[in-house]
Design a protein around this ligand. Sequence first.
Ligand SMILES: Nc1nc2c(c(=O)[nH]1)N[C@H]1C(S)=C(S)[C@@H](COP(=O)(O)O)O[C@H]1N2
Ligand SMILES: [Mo]
Length: 398
Amino acid sequence: MVAGMTRLVSRRTTLRAAAGTAAGTAFAGSPAAHAATDGPILKPLPARCFVDFGTNAEMRWDSVAPGKYLTDASRLFVRNHTSTPRIDAHGYRLAVFGDGLRESRTKAGAVSLSMADLRSLPRITITAVHECTGNGRSYFDTQQHQPAAGTQWTMGAVGAVTWTGVRLADLFARIGLAPDAVDVMATGLDPHYVSGGVDYGAVRRPFPVAKALGDALLAWEMNGRTLLPDHGYPLRLVLPGWVGIASIKWLGSLEVARRPLTSPWNTKWYRMTGPSYPADSPPLTVLPVRTAWELPAVADLPADAGKLLHGRSWSGAGRIAKVDVSIDGDDTWLPAQLTEPGQAWTRWRFRWPGATTGQHSLMARATDVTGRTQPLVTPYNDGGYFFDAVVRQQVRVA
Ligand SMILES: Nc1nc2c(c(=O)[nH]1)N[C@H]1C(S)=C(S)[C@@H](COP(=O)(O)O)O[C@H]1N2
Ligand SMILES: [Mo]
């Protein structure tokens, strides 16, 4: 395979050298060559299953089937900075360049990989939690009375899916990295992100080489099927356990550098900012522990004995060890039954004995194997990130 990749790389280099600038325009670095958009989100967003925010859409937890472990691609939340591009997989190329490659390459001289090239590499399938950094943001307002600007997600900007693709470590082993490579910049092919009159360029975020050589994946399948356009077709980066923004969709290029890289997505956004955080608070990486009930925001339940309630808990760092439920406002906590104990994403159920008629506020909190758990209050941050406090689930029993 190493020899194959060497041939592949040198063949393309030769092609490019021969074709000069013509090949330069054909390559994936230019979104105009491949990306046409005709709506912020292309997949259907039935109101029963989604809250539609325009460029973003969250999954309704009360539409989740308790019997299903993974989240269907058709039901998974979408978070677009602009809109879903339509990319022709045949013309698609991933560009890999930078001075962090063993053989330093400029963008114009990048290693250029087709989907067929990538599919010829060893493939793996992993299961991972996929979640937006700002999931739960609306609770800063509704539960803590301190609103944070941004999409007012409840807890539905999350799912668990399988990803199939090639390990970035395997690709980089074939291309060859410099021993002192530091950072990798992943850049998307979607339209530039323009906000408040400022063009911030293509959506892009750097990450350390250590993560690239760890569990990072270049994925072309979700749940065993070709990626949907909204989720990054034909290729996206997946950084398991990390904030959603780290997993760049419609991946156009990877720049490997021997110096730290920056973009507004790791300097301006997706960091903790606000009165209680230092100015140099680091870019957010590992997702916190969170929990959702498979119920609407206010659930109406009939007043009969022994209600079986369902929910899920997840963590970016580790596996969920236990989930506890309080039906008396934090006085006593009772264990929920975990369906997949020890997984990063687990279903759970809780039998609520003899609920009295009237209004109730239920609490559920998970603890992962690293001991991280959910607080009763999440310290405020301007971006509304990482709301991991216990959500008060409203229930009306009649
Ligand atoms: N190119 C590109 N990649 C992107 C984004 C984007 O707007 N453009 N959004 C990011 C954010 S903030 C999140 S939470 C996830 C959402 O992935 P999904 O829409 O497939 O659920 O993709 C990330 N990758
Ligand atoms: Mo996100």
